[in-house]
Design a binder for this molecule. Sequence first.
Ligand SMILES: *Cc1c(COP(=O)(O)O)cnc(C)c1O
Length: 391
Amino acid sequence: MMLETNLKETLAELSERGLKRKMRTIEGSQSREITLDGRKVLNFCSNNYLGLADDPRLGAAAAASITAEGFGSGASRLVCGNLSSHSRLEEKIAEFKGTERALLFSTGYMANLGIISSLYNRGDMIFSDKLNHASILDGILLSGAEYKRYAHVDMESLEAMLKAAPPLVKKLIITDSVFSMDGDIAPLPAIVALAKKYNASVMVDEAHGLGVLGKNGKGAVEHFGLEGQVDIQMGTFSKAAGSFGAYCCGSNQLIDLLINKARSFIYTTGLPPSVAAASIQGLEIIAQEPQRRTKLWKNTEFLLKALKDMGFDTLNTQTSIIPILVKDAPLSVRFSERLLEDGIFVSAIRPPTVPANTARLRVTVMATHTEQDLNKLLSSMKKIGKELCLI
Ligand SMILES: *Cc1c(COP(=O)(O)O)cnc(C)c1O
């Protein structure tokens, strides 16, 4: 009974502060238009940037794998759950990223936990952007290394911390490549230069970079021409690649070490092979259909300019993740609800996902949005933005 009383109080407090979260159920597939609570609405909050999550070719690849390899993988990869689709995907992503080798993890969250905590320990120092993904922070906490949080994309802040660190301590700088709630891109060339100067290693989380950034969609490392200069390249297949799961790309030795030490890799069942097969298909489409990326950028530029012209504060976004700063958490929920009444789904993002007093709508653009979709969003945003005194 004690537990129930505590739960009730905690939930009531979240509600009062406008921070209580709830899930909405979608019927059917993840597309530009979805059926939400029985109603058709436009989808402007998915990470399905290239429209691959509902591409029939991914489903067909998964179905073929199920026929050949069954559904479950039966055990952890180190016991007897290492199936050929896993190995093929690892070869494919390592080749795509141009690294010696790669290792799959079941999710991006588990990848960050496992990579960071197996490579760094008490006595080491990890320098992490203030707005890095929660899974990076959790990985650092689990590692026991000293956590140095530098101001968002602020290279002076990072350098001051590196300068103050003892020279012989093992150091890692970690950053998201595209910040998941702000849409800006990390200054990777400057980070790599500082890492060289202060003898630190670099890890980049390309969850929102893969398929989106770089001429061939390889991510921020390609975008900045930094191939061979980033020690650890982590990313996920769950966003632009339209599938599920995550990878770590790097040297032979790095991967060998992770296989031996990363607990979130060792002590968990291998991914269903059909999921790996779908990821292989997603990667192939990313490589073979650059027109999807071109369309994504075209849609993004159009929408971002129009929203800025209306007077919305879109922070410093440079990508298809477009934050609309509202600040007040309950007001951000109100904005989202009003859009939904107009048939548009954009979720409100509130603390603790973003810092206090920076609640926002997070609009995401997809290659599959039509001009009509974008215009419908814009006219509702304008109307409701005025009504709520945001513009
Ligand atoms: C989504 C995301 C993750 C987590 O990936 P999952 O596969 O969804 O667990 C990690 N890092 C960043 C930056 C992300 O946006």
